[in-house]
Ligand binder design. Structure first.
Ligand code: NAD
Length: 283
């Protein structure tokens, strides 16, 4: 049985934990904020009950999955994990500090993976004594639903590590793609203009978010850029925008938009705060 440690129990960490426990892995889910950890436990329980009610998961399977989850209030409890997936906010200094701690804590054979959307895997590996065992394992939101996983090969990542994460993603029912360690990898690089052009259209007063979203959906996309920003979290989306912009030496076409910052200043972070580009208070 795989022992998986997950650092950060927010939107992504809890989704990845659900995927892992429903595919046979033993999971230790850790977060610095005890309230978040409790919320994650409750959310995972709801997903398990919904899946069982819909017949997607047999009752006995749901029960086994439930028993595979442990909520950990101390990082040290992740020490015997074989694979760690870090899902803390998109901040290089924070992630490097966690990788340093994990490197000191985990057994030498353990793989340290990051769910980062855009930051350099090479820079995360460089603060450890095992850069060959550091890679990206980038899930998409919502993790239980989205099939794609980007497995990111840093400059020093070994072939063995890449293969282990590709196999793990497949065992968890995902579709892995191996990508180079480049700012935003594939998805967040091609997604930048998707958000930024839409923000410019609205910022210049040409149209409004619902119109852009309707047009984009009419083209066959499942969601428009504003609906997607609300799902992702405007804070998370801005952090990724800034990271890609900086990593490309302030390339103008990747420049974030002031509207993103203004929305965050207003506390409109999207679904998670009940209001973003749309109002979710009624839902
Ligand atoms: P989030 O804010 O929902 O969750 C982050 C969690 O990390 C919080 O619960 C916070 O308490 C916790 N945390 C902060 N510092 C910590 C520490 N030192 N130790 C342990 N936990 C700590 O963020 P998220 O949306 O889950 O994003 C996490 C990562 O996943 C980011 O790198 C983000 O770019 C990436 N990502 C996000 C999405 C998305 O749509 N939200 C999609 C793919 C990847």
């Amino acid at each position: 049985m795989e022992r998986v440690g997950i650092v950060g129990a927010g939107t992504m960490g809890r989704g990845i934990a659900y995927v892992a426990i429903t595919h046979g892995a033993q999971v230790m889910l850790y977060d610095v904020a005890p309230g978040v950890l409790e919320g994650a436990g409750a959310q995972i329980e709801t997903w398990l009950q919904e899946a069982a009610a819909k017949g997607k998961l047999a009752e006995a399977e749901a029960q086994r999955a439930r028993e595979r989850l442990r909520l950990s209030a101390a990082l040290t409890e992740l020490a015997d994990a074989d694979v760690i997936i870090e899902a803390v906010p998109e901040d290089m200094a924070l992630k490097q500090e966690i990788f340093r701690q994990l490197d000191a804590l985990c057994h030498p054979g353990a793989i340290l993976a990051s769910n980062t959307s855009s930051l350099s895997i090479t820079a995360l590996g460089a603060v450890t004594r095992r850069p060959e065992r550091v890679a990206g394992m980038h899930f998409f939101n919502p993790a239980p639903v989205m099939r794609l996983v980007e497995v990111v090969r840093g400059l020093a990542t070994s072939e063995e590590t890449v293969r282990a994460l590709v196999d793990l993603a497949r065992r968890w029912g995902k579709t892995p793609v191996v990508v180079k360690d480049t700012p935003g990898f594939i998805v967040n690089r091609v997604a930048r203009p998707f958000y930024l052009e839409a923000l410019r259209l609205v910022g210049e007063g040409i149209t409004d978010p619902p119109t852009v979203d309707r047009l984009v959906r009419a083209l066959g996309f499942r969601m428009g850029p504003f609906e997607l920003m609300d799902l992702i979290g405007l804070d998370v989306n801005l952090a990724v925008s800034e990271s890609v912009y900086r990593a490309f030496f302030e390339e103008p076409r990747f420049r974030p938009h002031p509207l993103q910052r203004q929305m965050i200043q207003a506390g409109r972070l999207g679904r998670k705060t009940g209001k973003g580009w749309y109002d979710y208070a009624e839902q």
